[in-house]
Design a protein around this ligand. Structure first.
Ligand code: DX5
Ligand code: ZN
Length: 231
């Protein structure tokens, strides 16, 4: 994908939770492509965040897809709940499901796009037999659990390797698979991230930490897109 069409997925983990409806409307107005929705269960990861009721509450506020990133274990029971709450993408960590193939099918059966999330140290081998069931591969560039962490550089060669897998899959007649990166993305590293093969970039603290004077987010989202196309 050309870097000029990179998708920006602001993570509402860094939003003002007391004004979430307003915050997601501001993101859409500013040109965000997806709302990244981080679900943490105080079990798979130490933090505890938001669930299907919050997804349902923000759903009427935006048209753009809601990209639900499950950091919960196990995953199967909560998948239908998020589908019902208006999620468009549902991704989960392979370590958190005893039956990865079944969980991926479950997501699609409920009308959502399905994806796997690989932690920085998770090998690519878990993708091998499920490529046809994936609409998205999400590479973590930090260890999951918290916003505002530093980008782990070994993600860059890993992105390149996954880009090759996706391109080879498509060349062999396979479906399109989005390649998203999550954690520590900002104005200084987005160009490298996109050059390494990402077509979708999550940004939490980078977006919500740099609001426009009127509280909107057009400035930072435009800058991220411009930097992404700089190389
Ligand atoms: C981390 C979350 C990320 C995080 C990104 O577990 O999955 O989505 O909120 O935040 P930043 O961009 O601040 O690293
Ligand atoms: Zn996330």
């Amino acid at each position: 994908m050309s870097s000029s069409s990179v998708r920006i997925a602001p993570s509402i983990l860094s939003a003002d939770f007391a004004r979430l409806g307003e915050e997601v409307r501001a993101l859409e107005k500013a040109g965000a492509d997806l709302v990244h929705f981080d679900v943490m269960d105080n079990h798979y990861v130490p933090n505890l965040t938001i669930g299907p009721m919050v997804c349902q509450a923000i759903r009427p506020h935006v048209q753009i897809p809601i990209d639900v990133h499950l950091m919960v274990e196990p995953v199967d029971a909560i998948i239908p709940m998020f589908a019902k709450a208006g999620a468009n993408f549902i991704t989960f960590h392979p370590e958190a499901s005893a039956h990865i193939d079944r969980s991926l099918s479950l997501i699609r059966e409920h009308g959502c796009k399905a994806g796997l999330v690989l932690n920085p140290a998770t090998p690519l081998s878990c993708l091998e037999y499920v490529m046809d069931k994936l609409d998205m591969i999400l590479l973590m560039s930090v260890n999951p659990g918290f916003g505002g962490q530093k980008f782990i550089p070994s993600t860059l060669p890993k992105l390149k390797a996954v880009r090759q897998l996706i391109d080879a899959h498509k060349q062999a007649g396979g479906q399109d698979i989005w390649l998203e990166v999550d954690g520590g993305a900002n104005l200084s590293n987005i160009a490298e991230i996109v050059q390494a093969g990402a077509d979708t970039v999550v940004a939490g603290s980078a977006v919500f930490g740099a609001p426009d004077a009127d509280g909107g987010y057009s400035g930072i989202i435009n800058q991220l897109k411009t930097k992404a196309s700089a190389l």
